[in-house]
Design a protein around this ligand. Structure first.
Ligand code: G6P
Ligand code: ZN
Length: 544
């Protein structure tokens, strides 16, 4: 195999965020930009020669070109085997599964998740380690260091690999395997859930469903599993063909962006169950006829009912949620006497807890949930969990949710996002909040009294690493909370997120609209942050 070494100079700003490096496609298309980052990944690895690397992406614009470059760089760097999803496709959870199942050294996943795709939109790349999960911060910090000092990269010279046919190619010492991206994942799901029961419920008409794949990666996965294996009516999965620009949409499963599904589920004659997933298949939105289940509630309901699912029938070891996620799951953990961990935003923080067996289920308010079956959040897994639950309980989604609230109380919850705010203004808002922290405890704001106010910092209970500056938390004496954070996944300016949560024990108030129930907390959030005043915005860009 011929390899060539090219001189290069560092690009600024190749710092991985919450989930890898995400930039505009045009940024990635700059000469040697991708090469610098990929070489920096390899420069951060030790003892990988001769080992296996998994490679795949969500199929967005630039996926194919990037994969060909990475194949040649991985070849030149001495990997022994590459496992690549056919068409260059692998959903994020499927990639995690492949890494684990085939005991790969690691994997590179090409995705900007739920961000739009296309020549003028976003692209992304992240490295996952041998447990199948996103690389820890220690690794991404070292990787970033390498990007600032890089001076050359090495690449092999051979023709582009045919990504469209399943099969094996040998190039020198390197074996390249193109695999069916769906098969291993579908098999894993069949091991976790009671497929026979779900199938019977669908065949009996007890469960009808629609799944919006948003022209993204879950199309082929959902069509195979939901329609071909479980027998859902043809067309139950819609927007099922992955497109490089996601059909011009924003592949983020929430009621704003998955509006087609939302209209179906909130309209006349909805099916029993509705769901959507994001660009790379790790997020999920769960809906029932005329109801939306918040991700925080979904996690709590899963934890409370885990024993009804074959893979978790013996019970779960513990649960975890990211800090801004509502405390609904804490209440379940408390009742079941299970450990409950509060981690910073970012799936990578669950990795050690899952590896150490401290938790079985985990989730985030940002439409992510998952378990110890892989080391990424998993959109279709959540969908199948709910389908299995519906089949076991023979109740509607709405009834499952209301019953849950009756038992545990409701954490009325919502998130307000202010996108593309000028970075200096956003940082000013956070500084302004930080300055007030010491003076807030004990203060009365409207009908709320501040119990604590801090900037969240996390010490990993397994490796004791510390992550500071993970968001501003303001807790009130009745258990309500306001959290402020800057997003780590945006690509333009800064996104300020405000998370609002009010605990309501009394079932007669459970039906209240979240925006109304949270109105006073919304006002207090503005009073404390001056966000609208400083940014000149009058309302959030997105409310979820
Ligand atoms: C990605 C990560 C999640 C995270 C979410 C929101 O989906 O995988 O772990 O919760 O982004 O992150 P952000 O920093 O934008 O709030
Ligand atoms: Zn995603």
């Amino acid at each position: 195999m011929q390899t060539k070494t090219y001189a290069t100079t560092a690009y600024e700003g190749q710092k991985p965020g919450t989930s890898g490096l995400r930039k505009k496609v045009k940024v990635f298309q700059q000469p040697k930009y991708l090469e610098n980052f990929v070489q920096s990944i390899f420069n951060s690895l030790v003892d990988f020669q001769g080992k296996t690397l998994v490679l795949g992406g969500d199929g967005r614009y630039y996926n194919r070109q990037a994969i060909q470059i990475i194949i040649k760089m991985a070849a030149a760097s001495g990997f022994g085997e590459l496992i690549i999803g056919q068409g260059g496709l692998l959903s994020t959870p499927a990639a995690s599964n492949i890494i684990r199942k085939y005991q790969a050294f690691g994997g590179i996943v090409l995705s900007a998740s739920h961000n739009p795709g296309g020549p003028d939109e976003d692209f992304g790349i992240k490295y996952n380690v041998s447990n199948g999960g996103p690389a820890p911060e220690k690794f991404t910090d070292a990787l970033y260091e390498h990007t600032t000092t890089i001076s050359n990269y090495v690449i092999a010279e051979f023709d582009d690999i045919d990504l469209d046919s399943v099969g094996e190619t040998q190039i020198g010492e390197l074996k390249i395997r193109v695999i069916d991206p769906v098969a291993d994942y579908a098999q894993l799901m069949a091991e976790i859930f009671d497929f026979d029961l779900i199938k019977q419920s669908i065949a009996a008409g007890l469960i009808t469903l629609r799944f919006d794949a948003m022209h993204a990666i879950t199309g082929p996965y959902a069509t195979h599993i939901l329609e071909e294996v479980l027998g859902a009516a043809p067309g139950s999965v819609f927007n099922a063909v992955p497109l490089e620009d996601f059909g011009g949409g924003h592949p983020d499963p929430n009621m704003v962006h998955a509006h087609e599904l939302t209209e179906i589920m909130l309209g006349a004659n909805p099916p029993v169950f509705g769901a959507a997933s994001d660009g790379d298949g790790d997020r999920n939105m769960i809906m029932g006829a005329h109801v939306f289940v918040t991700p925080s509630d979904s996690l709590a309901i899963m934890a409370a009912n885990a024993r009804l699912i074959p893979a978790y029938a013996k019970g779960i070891s513990g649960v975890a949620r990211s800090m801004p996620t509502s405390q609904a799951v804490d209440r379940v953990a408390n009742a079941l006497n299970l450990p409950c961990y509060e981690t910073p935003t970012g799936w990578k923080f669950f990795g050690n807890l899952l590896d150490a067996g401290k938790i079985t289920l985990c989730g985030e308010e940002s439409f992510g949930s998952g378990s110890n079956h892989v080391r990424e959040k998993d959109g279709l897994w959540a969908v199948l969990f709910w389908l299995n639950l519906l089949a076991r309980k023979r109740q509607s989604v709405a009834d499952i949710v209301t019953e849950h609230w009756q038992k545990f109380g409701r954490d009325i919850y919502c998130r307000h996002d202010y996108e593309a705010v000028d970075s200096d203004i956003a940082n000013g808002v956070v500084d302004h909040l930080r300055e007030q922290l010491d003076s807030l405890p004990g203060k009365t704001l409207g009908s709320y009294t501040v119990k604590f106010a801090d900037e969240f910092s996390y010490t990993d209970p397994v490796d004791h690493s510390v992550s500071n500056h993970q968001g501003i938390r303001i807790g009130f004496s009745d258990g309500s909370r306001i959290v402020f954070r800057l997003s780590g996944t945006g690509t333009i300016g800064a996104t300020v997120r405000i998370y609002l949560e009010k605990y309501e024990r009394d079932a007669k108030n459970h039906a209240e609209d979240a925006q109304i129930a949270l109105a006073e907390l919304i006002e207090i959030a503005e009073q404390l942050s001056q966000l609208k005043q400083r940014s000149g915005r009058t309302e959030p860009t997105v409310i979820t």
